[in-house]
Design a protein around this ligand. Structure first.
Ligand code: HEC
Ligand code: HEC
Length: 220
């Protein structure tokens, strides 16, 4: 009998540990939706951007695995740069794939959160980010660069780039990185070595170039 109680207790403790791991290991769905800047382009519940479709009812028609695939690799559903009608509105398909920048546990949590709508209520306070940051994301700089912990690691962390680089240096780097770095050769920046592969962003309108560069220059 004693032994039986011991096993029941051990089982309960293991179960509590297991469940709490699931519940507390990751920030909540709404937090992640903000942290990975889905909210800049998408409304969920009441708040958010309008670059991409409102996601409040996606869970009604799309499966968990479809949503997951969309986050990891939107190319599997949409052709980048095409105009596409989604729920009666036309969108330019430009969602970046997050396969390299979001850990799979977070992708699962985000997909589950979106799938749970419209049955769950949103609780998202949304403050629109600076325009320069939105362009930084829309032009996919974020695939290679991190700012405050979000983004890729192919290129240097830009969280403090404004401390050492001027506005005009940053503008040149965006349209003509070869003025500063020799393509295809490793370069050491802040103690890390990177293969120089940053693409030239040739066709960016001057005002947008200035907006991104001013934003980066402001990061001290
Ligand atoms: C730069 C803007 C942008 C960001 C950031 C973004 N999306 Fe999207 N999303 C779009 C656009 C535009 C579409 C339309 C299809 C496409 O572009 O692939 C879309 C489509 C979707 C769809 C399918 C909607 C439907 O009704 O078919 C889902 C689901 C989705 N996004 C989830 C997310 C999640 C989750 C995140 C954050 C990890 C995210 N998106 C980040 C712009 C964005
Ligand atoms: C494919 C990956 C990639 C993309 C996309 C990319 N970069 Fe880079 N970036 C790099 C790499 C690698 C370097 C190191 C030098 C080089 O390659 O020219 C770099 C260097 C930089 C630097 C200098 C950093 C320093 O500390 O000296 C800035 C600023 C910068 N990138 C801004 C941007 C902006 C803004 C965009 C979007 C318009 C962008 N990058 C897009 C990979 C990328």
């Amino acid at each position: 009998m004693k032994r039986y109680i011991f096993f029941v207790m051990a089982f309960c403790m293991a179960a509590i540990f297991f469940i709490s791991n699931f519940a507390f290991a990751l920030p909540s769905g709404p937090k992640l939706f903000k942290e990975y800047y889905c909210i800049d382009c998408h409304t969920l519940g009441h708040q958010g951007g309008t670059v991409g479709p409102d996601l409040s009812y996606v869970g009604k028609t799309k499966s968990f695995s479809w949503i997951k695939a969309q986050i990891l690799n939107p190319d599997s559903h949409f052709i980048l740069g095409e105009k596409k009608e989604i729920n009666g509105k036309i969108y330019l398909t430009r969602m970046p794939g997050f396969a390299k920048t979001i850990p799979s546990s977070v992708v699962n949590k985000l997909a589950g959160y979106i799938k749970s709508f419209p049955y769950k209520r949103a609780n998202l306070a949304y403050k629109k980010p600076p325009k320069g940051l939105l362009l930084f994301r829309a032009d996919n700089c974020v695939a290679c660069h991190r700012i405050n912990g979000v983004g890729g690691t192919v290129g240097p962390n830009l969280s403090h780039i404004g401390k050492t680089k001027s506005l005009s240096w940053i503008e040149t780097q965006i349209v003509a990185p070869s003025v500063h770095f020799t393509y295809g050769i490793p370069a050491t920046i802040n103690g890390h070595t990177y293969l120089v592969i940053m693409p030239e962003l040739k066709n960016i309108p001057a005002s947008q170039l200035n907006t991104i560069a001013r934003y980066l220059e402001s990061l001290k």
